[in-house]
Design a protein around this ligand. Structure first.
Ligand code: ZN
Length: 92
């Protein structure tokens, strides 16, 4: 082990040896978005279930890993709960 992969781009600005297998990959998310990033991941394509487009931390929504129908049902339920909360607040 320790051999640098042939696919490694020579002349990259990063110092060799620190990230010998660090390269650009495409990430495909379950939500449908795709983006490029740099990773030590071996394959050029990585599939993930969550990304910055659908992560609750970034969107404030639940992640979309279920079928559309189930997500829609959940979102309707969620909206109802939000509306109920808003109504409860309005009463005060
Ligand atoms: Zn996503």
């Amino acid at each position: 082990m320790g051999a640098v992969q042939n696919g490694w781009r020579k002349g990259a600005s990063m110092k060799a040896g620190i990230h010998p297998d660090y390269h650009e990959i495409t990430v495909h998310c379950a939500c449908g978005s795709a983006f490029k990033t740099r990773s030590t991941y071996k394959a050029p394509l990585m599939r993930v279930e969550i990304c910055s487009q659908c992560h609750p931390f970034f969107t404030g929504k639940q992640k979309l890993i279920d079928t559309a129908g189930r997500v829609e049902r959940f979102q309707r339920k969620y909206e109802k709960a939000a509306q109920a909360q808003a109504a409860a607040k309005a009463k005060k």
